[in-house]
Design a protein around this ligand. Structure first.
Ligand code: RB5
Length: 142
């Protein structure tokens, strides 16, 4: 189960992400926002972060206008490693090296073509389980 959250700046791109997950038969839980009305991205960053930490959802996807505010908010929740990605290289690397548990994107930064490739890369790339990377993640946790 993938946790989804966005603000008004990420709303349109999130509709594309939802369609794409449905096409791939990947289950998701949508934590909103549910309209294009102006809203506060920290609320949605927190909801998705808590769903991941509680293990209700295994990974999360967050979208705001830039992806910055919503990733900063999510990263305030202990145990969250939210990675803002604008390309597939970083999406792959952040899963392999950082075991990122939330993908953040900017709805005003990238179009759906790139975004959906990033989503696929992020969801399909496992953590490397490499000892060096585990040590560094543990240092972050500490
Ligand atoms: C909303 O206008 C915008 O500030 C928000 O979507 C995001 O880009 C914040 O980082």
């Amino acid at each position: 189960m993938i946790a989804l959250g966005c603000d008004h700046g990420g709303f349109d791109l999130m509709q594309e992400v939802k369609k794409h997950l449905e096409d791939r038969k990947i289950e998701y839980k949508d934590f909103g926002t549910f309209t294009k009305d102006s809203c506060d991205y920290p609320d949605y960053g927190k909801k998705v972060a808590e769903a991941v930490i509680s293990k209700e959802c295994e990974l999360g996807i967050l979208i705001c206008g830039t992806g910055i505010g919503i990733s900063i908010a999510a990263n305030k929740v202990k145990g969250i490693r939210a990675a803002l990605c604008t390309d597939c290289f970083t999406a792959q690397a952040t899963r392999e090296h950082n075991n990122a548990n939330i993908l953040a994107m900017g709805g005003r930064v990238i179009g759906p073509g790139v975004a959906l490739k990033i989503v696929d890369t992020f969801l399909d790339t496992p953590f490397s389980n490499d000892e060096r990377h585990i040590r560094r993640i543990n240092l972050i946790e500490d």
